[in-house]
Design a protein around this ligand. Structure first.
Ligand SMILES: *[C@@H]1O[C@H](CO)[C@@H](O)[C@H](O)[C@H]1NC(C)=O
Ligand SMILES: *[C@@H]1O[C@H](CO)[C@@H](O)[C@H](O)[C@H]1NC(C)=O
Ligand SMILES: *[C@@H]1O[C@H](CO)[C@@H](O)[C@H](O)[C@H]1NC(C)=O
Ligand SMILES: *[C@@H]1O[C@H](CO)[C@@H](O)[C@H](O)[C@H]1NC(C)=O
Ligand SMILES: *[C@@H]1O[C@H](CO)[C@@H](O)[C@H](O)[C@H]1NC(C)=O
Length: 437
């Protein structure tokens, strides 16, 4: 794929955005989907995923398109095995089996999922508010990063040069916490929705990961539900560009370079991405933001495949069985409103309620229902919504020796919490109804 095709894709994205203006009322200024010029270096060599040119993409037998990369890959795996043996684990499992799984995912997951953009990736400027929040967090806490993964994995040469991290939700760090995490995800979401044309739900905003000299990241696709994703370059000190290698939807390789402030949008569930060429320099600090699609932006209904699969997984595909193994109850957005209550996502809960109302009252093994969870969390708006949707304010859970929602609220919340006031008022109203009879 060449630059003019990338440009074409931007034209599509931009015209979509302009159509979106009248529909959703998003203003162009708040979204700022400003493409950076020439997002790719024009490929020096044109190679594809099946060439296994830069690293083992589909198979351990590399081609010589980029010279002898086989030795580099073999040394990488040998490094993994050695580190795993030293830690007393089984290298056949931790290195070879896991690396085999990485390649199986590269082969089967992309063909089993829906793509929402033509090319699969784009480079833009980070929305200024997102970058400001991240830069501030970085400047205050960059000395406090710590090693992220303890054990070796075939995804990264962390036995040699472990990445370090500062998590945005870490409340011991200045400005860190759930509010910062929400602010970043909310600010990034509008732009990602515009790019994909999909209504998105938050999957993860983890933190700033810092890669160090000689880092290598094996080419991979992300596990579901990490679908619509962005990498933000927060800061770097490199001797040469540390390229992100991505394979577009046609399978062609591109080297993407990033400066601080740049943001690469990519469909991380289907676009194979990695950094197979070792970092040359001191460090490279990135933030990752992930969302999952719920359905088209211009439809208020949530899209579900085959009754319980997410809209981005193709029913009957190779990966459906794999997904069902990990998600025996199907798509978690539909089967588990608890996480929506925990994240306080009332709009999405309403969305689920319109489409699968029974989920709003679903008890678990100890008859713990969404109404109990909201009384534990103390979210009045969500409680009111559940009651409007006929949630039973007397529902008994086996937790704490048969408790009703008010018992749970009193256990977890301050005595003057509006949730308690609201429930007591409802109960008083019921009593006076009775006495009038
Ligand atoms: C990406 O960069 C590497 C290392 O500089 C180079 O060998 C390779 O040919 C480049 N790939 C493309 C697609 O330009
Ligand atoms: C590796 O690939 C080459 C050609 O790309 C082929 O000649 C060779 O037999 C393959 N080796 C193995 C072990 O599959
Ligand atoms: C939060 O940051 C501090 C300082 O770097 C670190 O020691 C601690 O382990 C972090 N906590 C979590 C949960 O990441
Ligand atoms: C989505 O893109 C991947 C490559 O990124 C491709 O292999 C796959 O076939 C595409 N999916 C569909 C349904 O076209
Ligand atoms: C990075 O590592 C290489 C190889 O060991 C070394 O030559 C180079 O000086 C290092 N760069 C920095 C900035 O430490």
């Amino acid at each position: 794929m060449h630059w003019y095709q990338v440009q074409m894709q931007f034209t599509l994205v931009l015209s979509f955005a302009i159509c979106g203006l009248t529909q959703s009322g998003t203003s162009w200024d708040t979204v700022r989907l400003v493409p950076v010029e020439d997002p790719t270096q024009s490929p020096e060599t044109s190679y594809r995923s099946e060439d296994d040119a830069s690293f083992a993409i589909y198979s351990r037998n590399l081609s010589s398109v980029l010279g002898d990369k086989q030795t580099f890959y073999n040394d990488f795996m040998e490094g993994c095995r050695k580190a795993v043996m030293e830690s007393g684990s089984d290298p056949d499992v931790v290195c070879d089996k896991d690396d085999g799984h990485r390649m199986r995912m590269n082969v089967y997951q992309p063909q089993s999922v829906v793509n929402y953009t033509k090319t699969g990736f784009a480079k833009v400027k980070t929305p200024p508010e997102v970058f400001r929040l991240l830069k501030e967090f970085w400047d205050l806490n960059k000395e406090k990063s710590y090693v992220e993964w303890s054990g070796p994995t075939p995804y990264h040469n962390n036995w040699e040069v472990p990445p370090t991290v500062i998590r945005v939700d870490n409340t011991t760090l200045e400005t860190g916490g759930i509010e910062l995490q929400r602010a970043i995800s909310n600010a990034a979401k509008a732009l990602m929705e515009e790019w994909t044309g999909q209504r998105l739900s938050y999957s993860s905003v983890y933190g700033i990961r810092i890669y160090h000299n000689q880092s290598v990241l094996s080419p991979h696709v992300d596990r579901l539900p990490l679908v619509s994703s962005a990498i933000i370059n927060v800061a770097q000190d490199v001797d040469e560009d540390w390229v992100l290698e991505v394979y577009d939807h046609d399978g062609v390789a591109h080297n993407v370079t990033m400066e601080p402030g740049d943001m690469v949008l990519y469909e991380s569930h289907s676009v194979i991405h990695g950094r197979p060429f070792p970092l040359q320099g001191k460090f490279f600090a990135n933030c990752f933001v992930h969302f999952e699609p719920l359905g088209p932006l211009d439809q208020s209904e949530i899209s579900v495949n085959n009754g319980d699969l997410p809209p981005y997984l193709i029913p009957g595909s190779q990966w459906e069985a794999e997904y069902r193994l990990k998600h025996p109850d199907g798509w978690s957005v539909l089967s588990d409103p608890m996480s929506l209550i925990q994240s306080g996502d009332l709009p999405l809960l309403r969305y689920v309620g319109r489409n699968k109302p029974e989920v709003l009252h679903k008890p678990d093994k100890i008859d713990w229902r969404p109404i109990h969870e909201v009384c534990r969390q103390g979210n009045l708006e969500i409680l009111k919504y559940l009651v409007e949707q006929d949630a039973d304010i007397h529902a008994v859970t086996k937790a704490y020796g048969n408790s009703e929602p008010l018992d749970i609220a009193k256990r977890y919340l301050a005595s003057d919490d509006p949730v308690i006031e609201y429930l007591e008022e409802k109960l008083r109203a019921e009593e006076s109804d009775h006495s009038e009879l």
